[in-house]
Ligand binder design. Sequence first.
Ligand code: GLU
Length: 492
Amino acid sequence: MTEPASRPVRVRFAPSPTGRLHLGGARTALFNWAFARRHGGRFVLRVEDTDRARNTEESLTSILDSLRWLGLDWDEGPEVGGEHGPYFQSERQGRHREALERGLREGWLYRCFVPLDEVRAQREAARAAKGNWRFDPGSRELDPREAERRAAAGEPHVVRMRVPEGERLVIHDHVRGEVTFDSSEVEDWVVARADGVPTYNFACALDDADMAVTHVIRGEEHLVNTPKQMLVRRFLGLPEPEYAHVPLILGADGRKLSKRTGDTAVEDYRARGYPPEALFNFLALLGFSIDDKTTLFSPDELVRHFELGRIQKGGAVFDPVKLDWMAGEYLRATPTDELARRVLPWMQEAGLVPDEPSAADLERLERVAGAFRERLTLYGELPERARFLYEEVEPDAKAAQALAAPGVAELLQDLLAALEERSEWPPADLPGLVREVAAGRGAKPGAVMKPLRAALTGTLGGPELVEVLDLLGRERSLARLRRALATGARNG
Ligand code: GLU
């Protein structure tokens, strides 16, 4: 199969602003973007906002923000304009109506006055008889003049397509190979609802052609729509795009990803502090691979290697463990100053860094970010881990236990005295100092390290102790040791 077509590549992502951008939509957008960038083409964003009852402004904002956060920029569409606008489907209705009237005039569309519940009953009866529902010829062949008269008199109706029988519609899908549809299996679908607004399949077929879209890359769930859209273009003599129907994303249970199995809005991942590069990389691998070994790659590398032919046919399994692993990889690869910038909003949200941080706050945050880098997976984990560096914290159960162990008080007392004598901070040879204190009481160094850590951090984990002493500073460190001695540590 040849890619790309001789026409300059134009692809589109066509979200309906009826909810937030979920992983599946983001993956579709990403594949379109990568294909456009690979071929020096155009990535168009078209907002399919004809469902007035379900559209919301927040959804649109959220979708655009999520795309931008992932690094997916569009060449034409909302906010950037372009030569094939308008990019809101609702603003293209003049053109849709024109095509509708032409279809009615030419007879491949017809007005249908049969009430919807009756249609539903017919369809159920056909299904029960294991046949395809075809429209009752009586209503289908209503005299057009009669139909116009009834419509003009305000009688409620929809517009349907008079779907021809027995025609083969063939696509050469870049993912699925040759797919043949039999028009006899396509019902006389609704092209315009009772309020006159065209349905998705009609509007989409026209808009793709009018926007000179060369490749329709979308989820496999839209394969059922393809013959309907092809028929529209065939009746109007409009050019057909090439297709790539990308596989479903499956949850761990092998079924289509849903909220239950982890399908979450991109915004939720952002809010939890996933690095955008990690989600980008992860989404790119849902059904695509550069080769059989490369897992971590940048957007540039993806663009260099992106081919529709490398998209797999079978479902792509969503593996949250892999996503978290990737998040950690990307986070650790982030330079410290950049990491500090990225964690700042979470630290502010947690009240640990002021909304208007001073240069000293930022400098300290950079050191904190550096100290925790190896231990983090998500930006959002830092506030809880690093809280002890900003506020007094109560020791957790394990730390309290370590402090209450017999003999700890003497060891900490000796350590405190030794630290108080030191002028340089953090002390140059902490391990040596700890060894000395331990040996003085016939104990192992661990018997000092553990309660020291517990006293300073309130936990038994965290960065290297020297870093902790450094980040807390001399006064705060010594004060915590004194406090631990006063409250928790027991003499042996
Ligand atoms: N508005 C449709 C959706 O959000 C677009 C489908 C298509 O790409 O054709 O699912």
